[in-house]
Design a protein. Structure first.
Length: 765
């Protein structure tokens, strides 16, 4: 509870006010102040004390002051809240304030309602517990926004080239695959095959690669063959004779033996085919015949046949054909290697040709020697055997390569089968996905994706907390909002307002939770937003209606506050734009409020309003203060309410106000006659030094004209003109200025216009 305003220094109209230290602030405190005396400043100070918003004070620093605001508010229990150096030493959260700021924040700014009004009203309806629930929700919402910002940053850090057409989420979700390189290779081959479908379909598979072998066992056996039945002595004799004849003797003799029969034809005896002499006395002929028997011929045939066979397999077209087959295989490997796993063809054809030739020549040399002396047993030399072994090693390598290529033919058949039903677009997408997977788990990109995924996981957790908070808040709203709507409409009914509220609901949006409602006029719902020419809040509610609605909001929020008994309620000028009935209801609600709260401080520039409250308040708990001029500023003082409770001016003003409001049965001439008195009363209050009691408005206007545009100016030129026009009309109904005032014709519209203008002029600050 507030007990004193001990110090008000360098703020608003207060220069250095300490008078409040001797003026108690009790359970019911009424404070009267003329306009521009500092009442609104005091309301702002109390709002700042309750909310801790220092700017509400600092923005009202006294213009002529060299030092910042300094305020001391004494509370019950001997504690004080000090505002100094731009902040409060402690706040007093039990303070709640109704003033223009409350209206502007929670209801409307002028005639407009925006999103911020709805958000503030939402908090007002929720109360402390609801605000706490909503604050928790908004904390999670704000954190989600930060998650989204971080996700955007971390998502942009992942190279677009790495993820291709995939979204960041889809890219980061790709699972690692230990076989990814193999999958990429297969996918590339499948795509390449599909893109070259015609060529793949028409291309042949691998043919068998082969080299002829040397049957060393058979060759060696042939080289060792002789004629075992030939007498050794005869063979030795023949061989000795061949030696004497020289090279080729055996062949020459072997060729001649068969010719004996032809030469001896028609002869009595065998003759030599060379000299035609009788052979009957030759000791070698029988040996020759034994030597060159059928076995000999068969041996020679075997030798020559082997030589021909070797020449046919190992020379001539054979090497060239082998070279061509290798060349074709290499070309096929180059083609099929794009679509299947094809082994290297690591065959050195030159080395093969050399080894082949060496082995072939070594074998043929041995056979040629054998052919020259068929009966001489021989064998393949060590060099020949090494040459053959070297060749056989190379031949085995060719066979191994051929076998490997033959195994590829199964893959080639599968490639051709796939090509028949392949879809290039599908294969392209599959390859892109595999490549993206590899990039996703590459050393450079994997940490970036992990950071993104961690942020996403954290966001999911926060979203879960947000959902829980929203469920809790919604459950609370389901109870609070219907009760609040009912309370508002109860107050609107008390205020005799011509409207009600309907559909008071909460709305969740990106900007935070807010309140929405409709104004129900004649059972027709009118929305808050501008209706583009249709009825809406802006064009259906008068200023009095809007102020009445604000009061209903305020009182309803107090009703919903479980801590209401601990509250210090400050109400600043609640009577703005209210008619007589609403004023009375407001007074009645103020009285009722005083019994429900710890303390109520009511400030107004309306003495009748405050007087009515004073008269109904318990004399043991009431205090009345006023803000008065103190030099160029203002100060606090005690107020003798009883002296100001009822004035003739109040009655005249009420009469004119009633006429403006269209109350029936009023005396128009009395209304017109009251205008001059209202203007005189206003000038006496507003300009007491220049318009003392007994003064007339005519001379006062003369003084105003004289001081116009000087440091001691009283009224601006436009106000002088308006006052003159109002006085000219009012004088028509005053006996001192118009002897025929009682018969002056009165026009209702004209009178209504001057009544409104007079009231407006008398409300000038």
């Amino acid at each position: 509870m507030i007990e004193h305003f001990q110090l008000l220094r360098n703020v608003g109209q207060f220069d250095s006010v300490t008078a409040g230290a001797q003026l108690p602030v009790t359970k019911v405190t009424l404070l009267y102040a003329e306009n521009s005396r500092g009442k609104t400043t005091l309301a702002a100070i109390l709002r700042s004390l309750g909310t801790g918003k220092a700017t509400l004070v600092t923005e009202r620093k006294r213009l002529s002051a060299t030092h910042p605001p300094h305020i001391v508010v004494a509370l019950a229990g001997g504690t004080s809240c000090v505002f100094q150096n731009g902040g409060w030493s402690a706040t007093f959260p039990q303070v709640t304030v109704f003033d223009d700021t409350f209206v502007a924040e929670n209801v409307c700014s002028g005639i407009e309602i925006d999103a911020e009004h709805r958000q503030h009203l939402h908090e007002l309806i929720l109360g402390a517990r609801g605000v706490s629930l909503n604050a928790t929700l908004q904390t999670h919402v704000a954190k989600i926004e930060e998650h989204n910002r971080q996700l955007k940053i971390k998502g942009e850090a992942i190279p677009a080239a790495a993820r291709g057409s995939l979204t960041v989420d889809a890219f980061c979700a790709l699972k690692a695959n230990a076989k990814i390189d193999s999958l990429i290779q297969d996918a590339e081959r499948n795509l390449a095959a599909a893109q070259a479908a015609n060529a793949v379909t028409q291309q042949s598979s691998f043919a068998v690669l082969s080299l002829p072998s040397f049957d060393t066992g058979a060759i060696d056996a042939l080289l060792k063959r002789n004629l075992p039945d030939l007498e050794t002595a005869a063979a030795a004799l023949v061989q000795s004779h061949f030696n004497r004849l020289g090279t080729g003797a055996e062949t020459w003799v072997a060729d001649g033996i068969p010719r004996i029969a032809a030469a001896s034809k028609e002869q009595a005896q065998e003759v030599c085919p060379f000299c035609d002499q009788s052979l009957s006395n030759s000791s070698l002929i029988d040996h020759y015949k034994a030597y060159f028997s059928e076995g000999y011929s068969a041996l020679k045939t075997a030798i020559s046949g082997t030589i021909r066979a070797i020449n046919a397999s190992h020379s001539g077209e054979g090497p060239a054909a082998f070279e061509r087959s290798i060349r074709v295989a290499v070309q096929l490997r180059e083609f099929w290697g794009k679509f299947a796993e094809v082994p290297e063809i690591g065959i050195d054809t030159a080395a093969v040709a050399r080894a082949w030739k060496t082995a072939r020549e070594a074998v043929l040399a041995a056979l040629t020697t054998k052919q020259a002396a068929p009966l001489d047993p021989s064998s393949l030399s060590t060099d020949a055997l090494e040459a053959i072994a070297n060749y056989e090693n190379l031949r085995a390598g060719v066979t191994a390569v051929s076998d490997a290529l033959q195994a590829v033919n199964a893959q080639i058949a599968l490639v051709k089968e796939k090509v028949a039903s392949a879809n290039v677009a599908t294969l392209t997408a599959e390859l892109a996905n595999y490549k993206a997977t590899k990039e996703r788990h590459s050393p450079a990109v994997a940490p970036l994706c992990q950071a993104y995924q961690d942020e996403k996981d954290a966001k999911n957790i926060t979203e879960g907390l947000r959902d829980q908070a929203r469920i809790a808040l919604d459950a609370y709203r389901q109870t609070v909002f219907p009760a609040y709507e009912a309370a508002i409409n109860t107050y609107l009914k008390k205020f005799n307002a011509g409207f009600r509220l309907s559909s008071v609901t909460s709305v969740n949006n990106r900007g935070g939770s807010s309140c929405n409602y409709s104004v129900l006029i004649n059972n027709v719902a009118v929305g808050l937003a501008d209706g583009n020419g249709e009825p809406c809040f802006r064009n259906t509610l008068s200023a009095g209606d809007r102020n009445t609605l604000a009061l209903a909001f305020f009182f309803a929020s107090l009703d919903q506050d479980p801590q209401i008994s601990q509250k210090t309620v400050v109400i600043d000028d609640p009577m703005t734009s209210l008619d007589e009935h609403r004023s009375l209801t407001t007074i009645q609600e103020m009285r009722r409020l005083a019994d429900r709260v710890r303390q109520v401080i009511i400030m107004s520039h309306s003495k009748p309003f405050l007087c009515a409250l004073w008269e109904s308040a318990d004399t043991t708990i009431r205090t009345a203060l006023r803000i008065i001029r103190d030099g160029a500023g203002s100060t606090l003082a005690a107020w003798d309410v009883n002296r100001d409770c009822i004035t003739e001016h109040d009655r005249r003003h009420a009469l004119v106000t009633a006429y403006i409001q269209g109350k029936p049965g009023l005396d128009e001439r009395a209304v017109a006659a009251a205008l001059r008195h209202i203007l005189e009363s206003f000038c006496r209050v507003a300009y007491p030094a220049d318009f003392p009691p007994g003064s007339l408005l005519g001379p006062f206007l003369g003084i105003c004209n004289q001081r116009k545009n000087t440091p001691s100016e009283i009224l601006a030129a436009s106000n002088i003109t308006e006052l003159r026009n109002l006085l000219d009309y009012a004088n028509k109904f005053h006996h001192e200025t118009n002897l025929a005032y009682e018969t002056e014709t009165i026009n209702d519209q004209e009178l209504l216009d001057f009544c409104k203008r007079t009231v407006a002029f008398s409300r000038r600050a």
